[in-house]
Ligand binder design. Structure first.
Ligand code: BJ8
Length: 387
């Protein structure tokens, strides 16, 4: 079944994002030749503002490609989440001069990891034989005062590491500038998502993913230009996509992997919001520009409602409020195989949605095509139920 659409022409401004990636890789190469350091990250808990304030650049290395999983499995057990296996496989492949990984993997001087899930923590222990690696520790109970103090001290140590890597001091002024710039970007993303609240969203979930996945590779300037153009185009767009309104909530949908959102929209629904790190979690909260910058960063980043935190009530509250704001008809809880924290949290999400009278479909999957038909059948049944 085709995506129901009254849109006469595809969104032209999305072409910018398709072209920007190649330009970005060339730019990273020339920046590194000129002495700039580039770091690779895996998680929203690593504040970009600190990296940019030290004069470094960053790309996110979360792997969404299936091709590099078999390389990752040479080092990791098979029953580890595909994102971790694909990421490690991409790093190994790019360090060994093979071509299986996306080109940005080969453009990093160091990896900045974070102590979130067990799989990633242990994967970071394998990285130093391929690439210099630094890991930021994280408190697990984010709402305590001690957690804030601890994370603040970890960010302080991380700042020292990145200063040493780049040879540049992070001044308070530079940090403030980067906070203002990152907030500007977050506001732009909020503006983009606002258009999806229309009764017929002028943009599909798959189109939004072209932006939210690429936000992790492009430069801040590229992203601002691209999202501004897209918002301007959407502002004047008078047509849109109709069908059951779906929220996706759960694990990130990394670039290279759009299996589940493709099936949802191919079967006639419209994804109107994603409660995930490739969705609202990346831009929901602004950094308080009136506070001392490092404290403001620590406060903002600790609010990210990741399932690695306990208790993670903030995520449940956010799902319920997003469901209202975007008038969703149903939620697809999307998890990757062996992602214990999101798979376990599914029960609480389902209970909360049930109490709110909202139907939920749980899909646990990997990057292979082996379950496509089965997911199609389940999505069809779900859409029929909520239509
Ligand atoms: S803030 S969601 S980016 S940790 S899917 S690797 S959790 S086993 S990616 Fe994440 Fe940061 Fe949280 Fe966001 Fe582990 Fe789960 Fe795999 Fe995951």
């Amino acid at each position: 079944m085709p995506i129901p659409s009254d849109v006469a022409t595809p969104l032209k401004s999305l072409d910018y994002f398709k072209q920007a990636y190649g330009l970005r890789v060339d730019d990273l190469k020339s920046q590194r030749e000129a002495g700039k350091k580039v770091v690779g990250t895996f998680c929203l808990f690593v504040p970009d503002e600190i990296i940019y304030a030290a004069g470094a650049d960053r790309v996110v290395l979360c792997g969404g490609k299936e091709d590099t999983i078999s390389i990752g499995e040479q080092y990791l057990p098979r029953n580890v989440c595909p994102l971790i296996k694909s990421s490690l496989g991409s790093i190994v492949s790019s360090c060994c001069g093979e071509a299986a990984a996306c080109p940005h993997f080969g453009q990093v001087d160091a990896v900045i990891g974070e102590a979130t899930c067990d799989g990633k923590k242990k994967m970071y222990e394998l990285l130093p034989r391929f690439i210099p690696t630094y890991v930021i520790d994280l408190p697990q109970k984010p709402d305590t005062k001690a957690a804030l103090q601890y994370y603040l001290s970890e960010l302080g140590e991380f700042s020292e590491y990145i200063e040493q890597l780049t040879g540049n001091l992070i001044t308070e002024e530079r940090l403030r500038e980067e906070i203002v710039s990152a907030n500007e970007m977050r506001r732009l993303m909020k503006r983009l998502f606002e258009y999806r609240k229309r009764s017929a969203s002028p943009i599909t979930g798959l189109e939004v993913l072209q932006v939210t996945q690429r936000q992790f590779f492009l430069s801040q300037e590229q992203l601002k230009t691209g999202v501004s153009r897209l918002c301007d185009e959407l502002e004047t767009c008078t047509t849109g996509h109709s069908g059951p309104r779906i929220m996706i909530s759960g694990c990130p949908i990394s670039a290279g992997n759009v299996k589940v959102p493709s099936i949802i929209e191919e079967r006639g629904a419209v994804i109107v919001v994603e409660e995930s790190c490739t969705g609202t979690r990346a831009f929901d909260e602004l950094v308080d520009e009136s506070k001392p910058p490092m404290e403001a960063l620590a406060e903002r980043y600790l609010k990210i409602p990741c399932s690695c935190m306990t208790p993670n009530d903030r995520r449940i509250e956010r799902i319920l409020s997003l469901a209202k704001e975007y008038k969703v008809d149903g939620v697809v809880h999307y998890t990757l195989q062996s992602c214990h924290s999101y798979n376990i949290e599914r029960y609480r999400v389902q209970q909360a949605l049930r109490e709110a009278g909202l139907p939920m479909l749980a899909i646990e999957t990997d990057y292979s095509a082996s379950d496509v038909e089965q997911i199609r059948v389940r999505v069809d049944a779900f859409l029929e139920m909520i239509s």
